[in-house]
Design a protein. Structure first.
Length: 231
């Protein structure tokens, strides 16, 4: 039990204060109207390899009634398309045949953009063109800025270099004017990966190929998460 609490604490520390841990969503009344109140509560389900949080109906049963029959939703970052997406699934519970109903190309992190950041575009062409306060709701664990601590994160990100990335044997961390106090490597599930770290050099030669998260702690309680790829 203590181990589970420790992992949860690490994840919360990594990804910058989850906040409400829930998003309230409603849109496209002609298709998605459900029992009163007309809204869906999407719960934080996890964090992807880019450090972004994703949310979905919980529990997903595949039979949540709506005007279109059954509606389950997920909000997640699509790395291939470089955009946030609101996904609808009706026929199963694993989102394998999900339909993108809205998308927003604003690369906010770690949470999805609010209705005030970028534009949520109706991908289907049948839900009013865009998602706005006049025709829907997207509130809770969303953000109005690109990052939850935009200025500090941009400054820190520009001051630290991680290379090469992807890497096969060694990863080097270089700082420009900042004192790096600690480096730690984690799996995408938030578990510590034990690797040799010395003088800002990380030996990844014995790791399984894949994506990892590098936490960099700097002076003045600043920290940064970088995605690194081992191949």
């Amino acid at each position: 039990m203590k181990k589970n609490y420790l992992i949860l604490a690490l994840l919360l520390l990594f990804f910058c204060n989850v906040g409400f841990s829930q998003i309230t969503f409603f849109a496209c009344a002609s298709s998605f109207t459900t029992n009163a109140p007309n809204e869906y509560n999407l719960i934080l389900e996890g964090t992807d390899a880019t450090g972004r949080n994703y949310y979905q109906s919980n529990p997903i049963s595949g039979d949540q009634p709506c005007s279109a029959g059954a509606c389950e939703f997920r909000i997640a970052w699509n790395e291939a398309q470089s955009r946030w997406e609101i996904l609808l699934v009706q026929n199963n519970i694993d989102f394998s045949d999900a339909v993108v109903v809205y998308h927003n190309e604003t690369a906010s992190s770690p949470n999805p953009p609010s209705l005030n950041l970028g534009t949520w575009i109706d991908t289907t062409g049948s839900c009013g063109g865009t998602l706005t306060e006049s025709n829907g709701n997207l509130s809770g664990d969303v953000q109005d800025d690109l990052t939850l601590s935009n200025t500090d994160n941009i400054t820190l990100s520009r001051s630290i270099q991680v290379y090469p990335n992807p890497a096969q044997k060694m990863i080097f961390v270089q700082s420009n004017g900042l004192n790096i106090e600690r480096l730690a490597l984690y799996s995408v599930l938030g578990k510590v990966v034990n690797v040799p770290i010395k003088n800002y050099e990380i030996n990844v030669s014995n790791l399984t190929k894949g994506i990892y998260l590098l936490r960099i702690d700097a002076e003045n309680n600043k920290n940064l998460i970088r995605k690194v790829v081992v191949n």
